[in-house]
Every structure is written in C-alpha cells, then in structure tokens.
Design a protein around this ligand. Structure first.
Ligand SMILES: C[S@@+](CC[C@H](N)C(=O)[O-])C[C@H]1O[C@@H](n2cnc3c(N)ncnc32)[C@H](O)[C@@H]1O
Length: 354
C-alpha cells in the first residue's frame, strides 16, 4: 500500500491532517502556515442541505455543538438571514476566535463554554422552551488545535505533552503517561489507536519514566519509533500516529462524552428538528450510528406481530448509511477524507417516561 492509499484507508482524523503535514515537512518542522483547510468547514453544502428544512422559519435556532473557529456557523448565519446560533466548545481559545470572527452577526451568535454533553442544560437556558430546531456536531480535533504547536496534539511539532482541548481542566497526556500502569496504557493504545504494538510501547513508556519524566512530544515520538519494528516503520505511515490519536481520545475522554451527548442532543430537538453529526473516526461513528438506529426503531416489546400504537420510532434517518465527502472536496481539503456524515429528524414527540 502506498502512503496515500494508507491515508485513504484509515478512518482516523489525525492521519489525514498529519499526512498533509508529512508530505510538506520533515518531523518537528515549524507549524504549518494557516492554509485553506484551517478555515474550510467539512461537507458544508451537505450539512446545510440536511438541516435546512428545520431552519427556514423565522426565529430558527441552531446549536453548533462544536463551533471551533466558527467555519460552519459563519456559513449557516450567512445562508439563513433570520437564524440564531448558539456555539458550544470546550476550548476557550477557539471560542474567543469564533466570537471575534462572528462578531458582525451581533446577537445572532452566542458562544457557550461547555462540553457538548451539557447540551440539554444549554437548550434549557437559551433554547425555545428547552428545544432547538437543529444541531450540528463536527467532532474531533480542530485544525487550530493541531496547528498550535504548544497544545501538544501534533507529533510533527516538539511541544509539551498536553493534548487537552480544555486547557483549564483535566489531566495532560504527560500526567496520564506518568500515572497509569502498563496495562491501562496498553488498553488505551489498542482501543483508541488500534496500535498493534501497544504493549511494547506501553512497556517502554513505563521503563523510560523510571529514568526521566516524559514531558515532550518529541520524547514520545522517539520512544514509539524505537518500540516499533524497523520493517513496520518503513511501511506504516508515521509510527507515532496511532499513539497520539489514542492519547488525545483518552485525555479528553472523547468517546464517553460523545456517548452521553448524542441521546441528549436527540432529546432537545423539537418535532421536525434535525441533528447532523460529522465523525472522523470509526469509534465515533459507531456511537453515532447506534444512537441514531435506536432512535429510528420502534420501542415496542420485541416479537409482537403488529405495530403497537405509541411505540413508533421517534426519529427517521436522513442519510442512507453515512455520507462521505465528494472526491473534489477530498482533493481540496485532506481533513475531509475520513469524514462520515449522518443525520436524523424527529418525527414524533418524545414518549413520556411516566
Ligand atoms: C472539528 S472542530 C470544529 C470546526 C468547526 N466546525 C469549524 O468549521 O470551524 C471540533 C471542535 O469541537 C470541540 N470539541 C471537541 N470535543 C468537544 C466536547 N466534548 N464538547 C465541546 N466541544 C468539543 C473542539 O475543541 C474543536 O474546537
């Protein structure tokens, strides 16, 4: 497999961005200049088309639960002249940049510093009787986070081993590697990075930290390089790719937060409201798919020979499987190569739990 084929085959987010970095630069080069990808929202036309039927009416409200640098939100606010957007992000730096970028929209945009599993609280405070018309989630790490060398997300820049999206709370990657045992580090690398050499890397981490603390991305890159057999190193893309992805997912507890967030997001949709989610990793997409399929299924006890009134599905799927970015977009924006876009619409009020 060529390097390009490998990148196309891999569903992880990190890989695509880093592939662009790798082709242009050697390791530990200076941060990539802000290019088009930094501001290019992924599958924008498809996101607008999928959510539009819920947003046409005056007074419509969209929650962009991963506002990032506001790329999608900017386009939505421009496209729907009466739309109001609440933009959530756990990264205060991103929120500040988005707020500045979107300031010309005045009160039509409001930034909220939170994790997206708090979406029901946000909707209760700022929504329409606790409900919203549409929600967009563009998961994972932003180009801003990858490009800011000091954040420690990219294996191609030497920086403190941090990787927190919210730099004000939680433990850093360095703290995680200093405190977890070899078994847990192996699990993280296997589950979140699908790293074949997880155990070898974990053992090396534990041995090395006895001698000196692992605090820099360059130390980790070097350690992983040594842990991976030379033959694999020559063919498997950047050796630290999977380790960095796995640590980032663990440090930010990404999958657990997502698992809580999707059902909450579905709950706050008004009748006819729509939710679109862009995933960049098969583990994220699996969570989204499972929640959507459950929502679009009858809740009647299994085995009944007829449809029980009141137990019909609350949602309908708006995409057949997951949509992928068209080839032209993949050519233009390497980030879009691994995206999977799914969307649903609420077609029945929430069934009373009483
Ligand atoms: C891919 S970027 C979004 C880019 C944005 N759609 C744009 O066009 O500029 C993902 C953003 O989601 C944020 N994020 C990731 N996990 C989050 C969570 N659990 N809660 C809130 N924000 C989160 C990240 O900090 C990042 O800014």
């Amino acid at each position: 497999m060529t390097r390009e084929e490998e990148v196309r085959a891999c569903t992880c987010n990190e890989c695509d961005v880093s592939a662009a970095e790798e082709s242009a630069e050697s390791d530990f080069a200076s941060p990539r200049a802000a290019d088009d990808a930094l501001h290019t929202p992924v599958m924008l036309t498809e996101c607008i088309d999928l959510l539009a039927p819920a947003l046409e009416a005056p007074g419509a409200l969209l929650i962009d639960a991963t506002v990032g640098m506001g790329g999608h939100t900017f386009a939505f606010l421009s496209h729907f002249p009466h739309l109001r957007v609440i933009g959530i992000d756990r990264d205060e730096q991103a929120l500040a940049l988005a707020s500045e970028r979107l300031s010309s929209f005045g009160e039509r945009f409001e930034a909220v510093y939170a994790t997206y599993d708090m979406i029901a609280d946000v909707a209760a405070r700022l929504g329409k009787n606790g409900k919203v018309d549409a929600i967009l989630m563009d998961l994972g790490v932003s180009s801003l986070q990858l490009d800011e060398a000091e954040r420690g997300f990219a294996y191609s820049h030497d920086a403190p081993l941090d990787m927190r999206m919210d730099t004000s709370s939680g433990i850093t990657a360095a703290e995680l590697l200093a405190t977890e045992g070899a078994q847990e580090i192996t699990r993280i690398l296997q589950c979140y990075g699908e790293e074949r050499f997880a155990q070898r890397i974990a053992q090396k981490i534990v041995a090395q930290r006895e001698r000196e603390p692992l605090t820099r991305t360059s130390q980790l890159v070097e350690l992983v390089r040594k842990a991976i057999p030379a033959a694999t190193r020559r063919t498997g893309g950047h050796p630290a790719k999977r380790t960095f992805q796995a640590l980032r997912i663990a440090v930010n507890d990404e999958l657990a937060v997502l698992e809580r967030a999707i059902p909450e997001a579905m709950r706050v949709l008004r009748l006819g409201g729509r939710l679109a989610v862009e995933s960049y990793h098969s583990l994220e997409d699996k969570i989204v798919k499972a929640a959507f399929v459950a929502g679009a299924s009858s809740t009647a006890p299994e085995g009944l020979p007829f449809d029980v009134p009141g137990y019909e599905p609350e949602f309908q799927l708006l995409t057949r499987g997951a949509l992928q970015a068209p080839p032209e977009e993949r050519e233009r924006n390497s980030r879009s190569a691994s995206v999977r876009l799914r969307a649903i619409e609420r077609i029945r009020e929430e069934m009373s739990k009483a």
